[in-house]
Design a protein around this ligand. Sequence first.
Ligand SMILES: [Zn+2]
Length: 325
Amino acid sequence: MIQEILANLYRIEIPLPNNPLEALNAYVIKNSERNLIIDTGWDQKECMDAMQAGLRALGVDLRKTDFFITHLHADHLGLLSRLATETSTIYFNQPEAERIKSVNRWNDFVNFARMNGFPENELQSALHSHPGYKYGAKGDLSFRIVKEGDRVSIGDYVFKCVETPGHTKGHMCLYEPNKKIFAAGDHILSDITPTIQLWSDDWDPLKEYLESLEKVYKLDIEVVLPGHRGIIRNCKERIRELKDHHEKRLEEIVSILRKGSQNAFEVASQMSWDVIYEVWDTFPVSQKWFATGEAIAHLKYLEEKKKIKRKMEGQKIAFSLNPDH
Ligand SMILES: [Zn+2]
């Protein structure tokens, strides 16, 4: 499925089978010298087939193609190792270029989940069903590191890199100020909410996400090209909705903690989730994993704002309302 969005700018829909996201939007900018592809899909056959069919229909030669990857998640980066050629420049951010090389990445994940109450008997299956673990990029990739304000030019498109941490630590968008288009990755999505999760204790992703939303709110944008689902034309309205969503989430968590001290997994099990499963116990383990990550991110935000506090109960972290606040 190919859609022409603007002159020489196309969207190829890359299916993500059995995943609630349904598909990834890969954007292709065609030019006589070098083409640019923004985000790729998983390292999986269905994704590769869709990408190849799209590129063939558009007449794009991978030997004349560069890549910009918005963030490290496997649905955006996984297929890259199969698409990039020797001449490809791959634009990527510093924090995540380091992160994907970290050997302990998955071990750290599992330990952190355990400390946050994720059940011991479900930890391994959570890991093995994680898309990043299954469909992540293989092999060594070499990146051209870009940071805030750097330019990526392709034909008449002159994009500026915009750092938008939150969905991930190094998340980066591309802004074309003359054409007023914004390639948003998973920073702003239309009918689904970008997931904000925390899987290490060294940052406050929700705080950074809300700040990144503020930053993008100030830009003059007519068309948002999101990583999933439909194109967005009411950027400011969507940003207000996303901020509102997290405000409500934080209130929900505070009301859950009124019942007493709990770990993140227990909190997640009582939050409302927009999924097809009726009760928490029937959630697939991968959904429990994402829900727990979301709960941790919101708990961290409340903790940093001193609205709640943590204490260790054995090997696990428990959160409770801060009576002094
Ligand atoms: Zn993502």
